[in-house]
Ligand binder design. Structure first.
Ligand code: CMP
Length: 629
């Protein structure tokens, strides 16, 4: 007999396999938040679920939370940090949403509930799916990804586009004919899904055209009946398919198409600008956004057969502006984590007017710029480099419209609506608009820096390789290094900031006990990154607050704390100069660092020439070069 389930306000807590099996008998749609014990259920989604439940008041919709570790059926979901929502109908998996993506969750709930009602009332067939996560685990066992019947895969390196056969062409019974023509023209149809867009989906899909004169008409038209959504590629060709597809469908305006491209699809099947029969993505970025919109579970296969997770990790820059950063920082960071992003770098900065002007150089002539400038310089801004598959589009989707009124009215679950400005009128969150812009913006806030790092004598003797491996794994380039016995004079100078402190003499003696390894570490945001990797000075504190840090793992005491790092950029430059002399650590075109002869001080304090370089080669493997001068 199953033990009693604990009823939480909205979601049933499923605690073991027996309860799981019992819940699988639920009639209607069951949305299960599968979570890991260490992070708990997704908090962000609860308010959305409550709202939907209240609005629909439908007994056929149920919510539950289930901890992956305590339920056998969820074995494959253990250890995954991204929030995962499984949708079951009569115990069968019908949809999966990863990340606390409110618009997508809402859309999926409404669609699946409607589909299940059709199953129950009209006897339609239930569309059961397999989950990507389980397929990925199978791929880990097999060196080559296996394509099952239900797998949806875009082949390696292949360019694709999203196409829509619009409601007018479908209503006129032309869909099959158009599909045949597409295939005859040598295009490959990787997916073909018939679906009727709801009005709100059409609004989301065409949000970039909001404000255009015929926008409302377009929305009504696109939600007026079923369309066919296709993923199109071209067999045997690796070049960009988008230009050839756009050529094939012809100009947007049907009249122009008839005159200039009479053989195009729009000329043959369209009747006027709006009712132009087919849609095609305008560029790669739009294709990837549209793919994510219509086929969130679609996977783009990578070429590398050794890669067990065929995904597309990407970086984007997020900014939290001062007004909201002051009191809602933790909530926003929680939403970011719930959505499955990892925060690769973060930095709180006070921007100068000049820096704002440089960052927003394309906006300086806009009416809103003075208010934006005032907001951006009114206090610290938090810059975050976020990483995730399709991070740029996912983060922008979460942000919602830039116009705050619009966000509040049309996308109340978007982050900009949930974290509105109180006074400034300026939306409080920024996201890069393309992967290229993301890299430029990330570079603006997290430029490549160089810091001085030291492995102290005892740690060098006992843990040299382990520490070097951790440094490499963290993505640092060791652009200079030298093993050196510090003289007392050098140790005193090196730690001159601590002169007068009770531990100063002890520290100087300890640093002279044997050779230490001095390094120049280079990376975006290197000073801060190295300090995070080291952890707090005192290992007792490090074990509490950063258990994976170097000091937590390798330090013996607050004095013998394994590693040292410069505390800020000026300090880093000064200490690099002190240890390595005037070296050139600027990047060369191939991304490695210039080999420079370092004029450094030797144990006896005299100038010595030492040029051991430690660079990363094109394969990411460490090269060491030693020149004996
Ligand atoms: P480091 O990061 O190299 O900077 C100064 C060093 O002084 C520090 O690491 C420790 O090795 C040492 N140190 C700092 N505080 C103390 C302390 N309270 N007692 C002994 N040694 C300390």
């Amino acid at each position: 007999m199953a033990s009693k389930k604990k009823e939480v306000t909205l979601q049933v807590a499923i605690n073991n396999q027996e309860q799981w099996e019992e819940m699988m008998l639920t009639k209607g749609l069951l949305v299960v938040d599968v979570y890991q014990a260490w992070c708990g259920p997704c908090k962000t989604a609860v308010s959305l679920f409550r709202k939907i439940k209240n609005e629909l008041g439908d007994d056929l919709l149920q919510f539950a939370v289930a901890e992956a570790d305590s339920i056998d059926a969820l074995e494959k979901y253990r250890g995954k940090c991204e929030p995962t929502f499984l949708f079951f109908a009569a115990g069968e998996l019908v949809a999966v949403v990863r990340g606390a993506n409110a618009p997508l969750l809402q859309k999926t709930i409404l669609e699946q509930l409607a589909a299940e009602k059709k199953v129950l009332t009209q006897g339609s067939e239930r569309k059961v799916i397999k989950d990507d996560a389980i397929l990925e685990d199978e791929e880990e066992i097999s060196p080559l990804p296996v394509q099952s019947e239900d797998d949806e895969l875009v082949p390696a390196g292949k360019s694709y586009t999203v196409a829509i056969i619009k409601p007018d062409a479908v209503a006129h019974g032309k869909a099959d004919e158009i599909i045949m023509k597409i295939q005859e023209a040598g295009f490959e149809i990787l997916a073909n899904e018939e679906r009727a867009m709801t009005e709100s989906e059409a609004r989301d899909f065409y949000q970039h055209r909001a404000g255009e004169e015929k926008f409302e008409e377009l929305i009504q038209f696109m939600s007026s009946g079923p369309c066919h959504v296709l993923i199109i590629s071209k067999s045997g060709e690796d070049e960009d398919i988008i230009p050839s597809w756009r050529e094939f469908i012809g100009p947007t305006d049907v009249e122009v198409a008839k005159k200039e491209k009479p053989e195009s699809l729009r000329a043959q099947y369209g009747t006027e600008v709006l009712y132009n029969a087919v849609h095609g993505s305008s560029d790669r970025e739009q294709a990837s956004r549209e793919l994510a919109f219509f086929f969130p579970n679609f996977k783009v296969l990578h070429q590398d057969i050794n890669e067990s997770h065929p995904r597309n990790p990407e970086r984007t820059l997020a900014l939290i502006r001062p007004e909201t950063l002051r009191d809602r920082k933790d909530e926003i960071l929680q939403s970011i984590c719930d959505a499955g992003f990892s925060i690769a770098m973060q930095k709180e900065v006070m921007l100068t007017e000049q820096q704002v002007k440089e960052f927003y150089k394309e906006h300086v002539n806009q009416d809103y710029y003075p208010a934006l400038l005032k907001q951006m310089t009114s206090g610290p801004v938090l810059a975050l480099a976020l990483v995730k598959d399709h991070a740029v589009n996912h983060w922008r989707d979460m942000l919602g419209p830039a116009n705050i009124e619009k966000a509040l009215n049309e996308a109340p679950h978007s982050l900009r609506a949930q974290f509105p400005p109180k006074e400034s009128g300026i939306n409080q969150l920024h996201g890069s608009s393309s992967p290229e812009e993301a890299e430029t913006e990330i570079n603006f806030f997290f430029a490549v820096e160089h810091t001085l790092a030291t492995i102290k004598p005892d740690a060098l003797e006992e843990h040299r390789d382990e520490i070097l491996e951790r440094i490499q794994d963290a993505g640092f380039t060791i652009s200079q290094f030298k093993e050196t016995n510090l003289s007392k004079e050098m140790a005193k100078e090196f730690y001159k900031e601590h002169k007068g402190k009770t531990f100063y003499d002890e520290l100087v003696n300890y640093m002279c006990k044997g050779p230490c390894l001095m390094m120049v570490l280079s990376k975006e945001n290197a000073v801060q990154e190295w300090r995070s990797l080291m952890g707090p000075t005192d290992p007792a504190e490090a074990q509490m607050s950063s258990p994976d840090s170097l000091r937590s793992v390798f330090a013996k005491s607050v004095l013998q704390n394994a590693v040292h790092g410069a505390s800020n950029l000026n300090h880093a430059m000064e200490k690099i100069q002190f240890i390595f002399g005037d070296i050139d650590v600027d990047r060369t075109a191939d991304g490695s660092f210039t080999k420079a002869t370092s004029h450094s001080q030797d144990e006896d304090g005299t100038q010595a020439e030492d040029s051991t370089n430690y660079t990363t080669n094109a394969d990411g493997e460490a090269d060491t070069e030693k020149e004996n001068n």
